[in-house]
Design a protein around this ligand. Sequence first.
Ligand code: 3VV
Length: 221
Amino acid sequence: MDFRIEDITEEEIDRRLSVVEPLTDSVRQLVDAVIRSEVSDERLAAAKEKVDAIVADLREQQRPGSFGTPYTKEFIGMPWGNAAVGARNAVAPPLRIQRSPGLAECEMVLGAAYEGPGGCVHGGVAALLLDQLVGEAASTDGLPSFTGTLTVKYLRPTLLGPLSARAEVTRREGRKTFVHATMSDADGVTVEADAIMICPKDFVLPTGDALPPAADRRLDR
Ligand SMILES: CCCCCCCC/C=C\CCCCCCCC(=O)SCCNC(=O)CCNC(=O)[C@H](O)C(C)(C)COP(=O)(O)OP(=O)(O)OC[C@H]1O[C@@H](n2cnc3c(N)ncnc32)[C@H](O)[C@@H]1OP(=O)(O)O
């Protein structure tokens, strides 16, 4: 796992985000445009050439593997490659999660890129987003928690469009945290999930240190 430390200021984080977030958003627009475009085959082929040129340009300098999750020395996390919340990841809607102790909530608009059954959210996407949310709810006290078990119940089809989601810790038992989560549309809950999150035994940082006291960690912004 990649939890490297990167010693930068919060201002530097903001500066980097101000560059990459608009780019990622443009790529999201590109994904949506490719799915829904009805221009001619010739124009689609021409678009491919332009996209390939951009990819070649970006690949001139590339980090190996994935982005990982760097943390500042103040333990502000930068999970920018994350599939649900990543600021550099056009696959992520992205979720913009509000956290308070034991609770994580967000509103989102899921478009054509998240389709499963026609016009509906893919069940795997709903599970992905709820997995992130239960992870964040379990981690609001600063303990890293990994999903041990995630049980998802699809109550009725979730139509693409504006949605909200919520995850709440129901109880903690030693290293285990139990979390209940829901995804809802304007008419109520469409998907519910229950998770058992586990804090790994003797978790240590890449520096070899134990985690600092929870109060000193923010893990993310
Ligand atoms: C610089 C600071 C860095 C901090 C980092 C902070 C991060 C948080 C910040 C921000 C939130 C981010 C949010 C992310 C969201 C995304 C969530 C995901 O997608 S997570 C990826 C998918 N999940 C995995 O890949 C897990 C893979 N599995 C494992 O690593 C292990 O199996 C693990 C950790 C789950 C358990 O391993 P063991 O060795 O600790 O477990 P044992 O000691 O055997 O058991 C402990 C207790 O847990 C139960 N248990 C173990 N495995 C279980 C399971 N799979 N399901 C249910 N219970 C399980 C056992 O029965 C036991 O319970 P009894 O104490 O006896 O009551």
